[in-house]
Design a protein around this ligand. Structure first.
Ligand SMILES: Cc1ncc(COP(=O)(O)O)c(C=O)c1O
Length: 393
């Protein structure tokens, strides 16, 4: 670090120049991420209320009220107008908090949690942190949790089941109603990870898509992850943890006595936490309303279906499954999908690579022109590789 500080103008110029090599959302080149280009209103209010700290809630009771309202608004989209929860750093923290609450409520030795193979890696992180054994079970032919496999994996040490509503790889939704029945029958905690799907499925339902029960409507669901910084268009960090009721949240509440605003209870991993995130999410929910999000999801789905249809017309390429939400899994029986991903990357596309497929996410910032350009490049890569078996070698 240099001794004498530099003028602000110089810093801003240097940042402009050095950060130019990063991908931008506006370019449409980020076509494999679940993060949002934040809505302009969210940017504005986030910057205006940066200093708000919900770690010291006594100083910021007004933001705390906004947080309660935010959690209630999100809950009302998920069949529970009175949940208890927080806007936190992201889906990873939410999943850790859920397993922490499950461990506290389960009170078993050598605790175990059963997850579908498609569950996000944050559950493994949570398992390691909390000393909970994670048991992954197979999926059925629709890439959804196999209920029989879940039942078979239950042992006297099982404390929780996890279902995913919008899987990381393909956006699939597990049979949450059946998982709920199994959880209730066996007195287990059930967490639903709707980090991505939480801001998609309620609107798909309103748009007339067939959406199975995925939320608190299933009586066995104890908590849900729903991230505003994914399809909610909020700035990072904005994850969401919703517990069915206050009693569950209190299992992980910790008293912090020394705060300037007076004693407070924290039910998060972090202490100091962003109130600006809460203000941003609250503002977006109020501004966009259900209709606003519905229109966004409608547009994303239209482009997703176009992409999925056109991929199937490219020789050698296919989709893993009909898209459930705005995620397309692109695969091939004739080409090494890793090489296709490399080809796309070399043409400037930031795609996500999974063991058997490439994930394309049509986020709200992706335009039709971007999708057309992506398809053009995909066609040329498939043509180059011939779509033939030998390309696999
Ligand atoms: C289903 C699911 N859960 C949790 C997460 C983790 O979210 P974050 O990266 O915000 O911690 C992701 C990330 O993509 C996800 O897809």
């Amino acid at each position: 670090m240099q001794k004498k500080g530099l003028p602000q103008k110089r810093i801003l110029e240097e940042l402009e120049q050095r950060l130019a090599k990063d991908f931008t959302y506006e370019s449409g080149r980020i076509i494999g991420s679940m993060c949002s280009n934040p809505h302009p209103l969210a940017r504005k209010v986030y910057a205006r209320y940066l200093e708000k700290n919900l770690g010291d809630v006594g100083l910021f009771p007004a933001v705390s009220e906004l947080e309660t309202e935010t959690i209630q608004m999100i809950g009302s989209l998920l069949s529970n107008p009175n949940p208890s929860g927080h806007i936190i750093t992201g889906g990873t923290e939410a999943n850790i908090l859920a397993l922490w609450a499950a461990k506290k409520s389960g009170k078993k030795t050598n605790p175990e949690v059963i997850l579908p193979a498609s569950a996000h890696c944050s559950f493994d992180k949570a398992g390691d942190l909390l000393d909970i054994k994670t048991i992954r079970v197979g999926l059925d032919r629709n890439f959804q949790a196999d209920i029989d496999a879940v039942k078979d994996a239950i042992t006297p040490h099982t404390i929780a089941l996890v279902g995913v509503a919008g899987s990381t790889g393909l956006g699939t939704v597990d049979p949450i109603e059946s998982l709920s029945e199994v959880a209730l029958d066996n007195d287990l905690y059930l967490h639903v990870d709707a980090a991505f799907g939480g801001f998609v499925l309620p609107f798909l339902k309103e748009l007339g898509y067939e959406v199975s029960v995925f939320d608190f409507e299933a009586p066995g669901v104890s908590s849900m992850t729903v991230d505003p910084h994914k399809m909610g268009l909020a700035p990072i960090p904005a994850g969401g943890i919703l517990f069915r009721n206050k009693k569950i949240r209190e299992l992980i509440s910790w008293n912090v006595s020394y705060l300037a605003g007076g004693e407070a209870k924290h039910a998060s991993i972090v202490g100091t936490r962003s109130g600006a995130s809460v203000v941003a999410v609250w503002s977006l929910l109020k501004h966009l309303g259900k209709n606003g999000y519905k229109q966004i999801v409608k547009r994303c789905m239209k482009l997703t279906c176009k992409l999925a249809d056109e991929i199937q017309d490219i020789e050698g390429l296919e989709i893993m499954a009909k898209p459930t939400m705005n995620i397309v899994g692109l695969t091939s029986h004739t080409m090494d999908i890793k090489r296709v991903a490399e080809g796309l990357r070399s043409k400037g596309w930031a795609v996500a690579l999974f063991p058997r497929h490439i994930r394309v996410v049509i986020m709200p910032y992706v335009q039709e022109t971007h999708v057309n350009r992506f398809l053009e490049d995909l066609r040329s890569i498939a043509h180059e590789k011939g779509g033939r078996k030998e390309a696999l070698s």
